[in-house]
Design a protein around this ligand. Structure first.
Ligand code: ZN
Ligand code: MN
Length: 495
């Protein structure tokens, strides 16, 4: 066969995402969810798979799954059931996982990504509930240890159609999905803690001189960062194209689909095994669990818990509140921050100043403490008042941060702090006049420049005004100071 000439390639990606639900207890027993507890302390006969023990469905997990389904425009099942997915691993004590096979709680839906150009809709195939496995720990010399604290943790597995066509698109889908699940409160989705795990299914459609070929599908297992999702997809697509160029049998249907792992240090995907067909798992309905009927009333009740979703909220912040897109993104990123911002507007804070202060003052203070803004302990009313005082010129911009920091130490109002710290702006002409005089007496060179050096005049005026602010310890009204300086230097200018 002659060398293959590639005319065009198109990556095809479907995502599977496991989201750990933030319930108090496990999916089918009363054991507490835990992350770094001592091994095997949060276990019981049910999650250890002891014979004769019986699972009971976690109602909150079901509610969360339906809430997520509604947020992704999914069809919610009226009848859903549980199935056993059989496989044998040491971290799966029952030798099967309780999952959902043909009747998942959430059916077809779609997730619409924001875009400047063409809006992108990613179809959701399904989302189902299942239980997590425990952990095998391999760092104990020649032994492998098993910790079953995680066994039975509720997971929502979300599966998309293969509608994603680039690593960037996959990245943006995953970040938006993480924001969504935290917004609706069903998961903390902390990646470091493994609460959200991504498995892209990747193959490539290759248009070549003699037709179109598709490479076999690789499922890249258990990615736990957005960066690794992007890097792994980019690498895997290139690997598949290169393999196809060398090997005529490397085509979908002719060669096996594979599970591969991402080696972050080396930046490559590594072969794990050829992929199981569904029938290998011997799914069958779990005889220990009753199927569930979901009523319209229950769905409506859950729908009432659905907040405005982040993408819609960002849009509204831009179109209604007239924020820049970047500011809207920053504020909407975390729900409690956006809520506080809107509460402060309700409390009478001017939107623009509030937006600036929320980002430059409050978010930066929260960041330095490594907490969320909502946990700073500042009320919406306090933020609104500070913004209002700034807007009215009661305090100078330079005083804002100082007052904000003081507010963190004591629940006193910003105006009380401004008075106590001597930061209220002084608009008194006589007092300002005295500071201006002092500034000019101390800086003859700048005065000379301002009067007789056109090139330096503007800078000199700015410098003198800065000196007035300094002498007044930030309390002078910069506008008034500027006017008085000009009047002094050019006494006849307006005659
Ligand atoms: Zn248990
Ligand atoms: Mn799964």
């Amino acid at each position: 066969m002659s060398a293959k000439k590639i005319l065009k390639t198109r990556i095809i990606i479907g995502m599977e995402i496991h989201v750990q639900l933030r319930t108090q207890t496990k999916m089918f027993c009363g054991c507490e969810l835990s992350f770094d507890a001592a091994p095997n302390v949060h276990v019981c006969p049910v999650c250890l798979g002891h014979p004769g023990s019986l699972p009971v469905i976690n109602r909150t997990a079901l509610r969360y799954a339906i809430l997520a389904g509604l947020a992704m425009n999914c069809r919610i099942a009226t009848f859903t059931k549980w199935d056993r997915k059989n496989y044998f691993y040491p971290d799966l004590p029952k030798n099967y996982q309780i999952s959902q096979y043909d009747l998942p709680v959430c059916g077809e839906g779609h997730f619409d990504l924001p875009s400047d150009t063409t809006p992108k809709s990613i179809r959701i195939r399904r989302a189902h509930l299942e239980e997590d496995a425990g952990k095998n720990i391999h760092d104990a010399g020649n032994h492998t240890l098993v910790d079953l604290n995680r066994a039975g943790t509720p997971l929502l597995e979300i599966v998309t159609e293969p509608d994603i066509h680039s690593a960037e698109e996959a990245y943006s889908f995953c970040t938006e999905l993480q924001r969504l699940v935290t917004y609706i409160g069903i998961s903390d989705a902390n990646m470091q803690m493994g609460q959200m795990r991504f498995e892209p299914n990747v193959n490539v459609e290759i248009t070549h001189q003699d037709g179109v070929a598709k490479t076999p599908i690789s499922e890249i297992k258990n990615l736990n960062s957005f960066r690794s999702v992007k890097n792994a997809i980019e690498y895997e697509a290139q690997r598949q194209i290169a393999t196809w160029e060398e090997d005529t049998t490397y085509e979908l249907g002719k060669a096996a689909n594979e599970n591969r792992g991402w080696n972050d240090e080396r930046g490559i995907t590594e072969f794990q095994r050829t992929k199981e067909a569904t029938h290998d798992y011997r799914y069958f309905p779990d005889p220990d669990l009753v199927p569930i009927t979901i009523s319209t009333a229950m769905v409506d009740d859950i729908r009432a818990d659905l907040p405005e979703l982040p993408i819609a909220r960002r849009k509204r912040f831009v179109s209604v509140l007239k924020l820049s897109r970047k500011d809207a993104e920053t504020l909407v990123d975390h729900r409690a921050t956006a809520d506080l911002f809107e509460d402060a507007i309700q409390a009478g804070g001017p939107t623009n100043v509030l937006c600036k202060q929320m980002i430059n003052v409050w978010l930066s203070l929260a960041k330095s403490k490594q907490i969320h803004v909502a946990n700073l302990g500042i009320s919406a009313a306090g933020m609104a008042e500070l913004a209002r005082m700034t807007n009215q010129g009661d305090i100078n911009k330079s005083a804002v941060k100082q007052i904000a920091e003081a507010m963190l130490t004591d629940a006193q109002s910003p105006s009380a702090w401004a008075k106590q710290l001597g930061l209220m702006q002084i608009k008194d002409t006589e007092a300002t006049q005295a500071w201006v005089q002092q500034a000019m007496d101390n800086n003859e060179k700048a005065v000379q420049d301002a009067i007789s050096n056109p090139k330096k005049a503007k800078a000199a005026l700015g410098f003198l005004r800065g000196q007035v602010m300094k002498i007044s310890a930030g309390r002078a009204d910069p506008k008034l100071a500027g006017e008085l300086i000009e009047k002094h230097l050019m006494p006849d200018s307006d005659q």
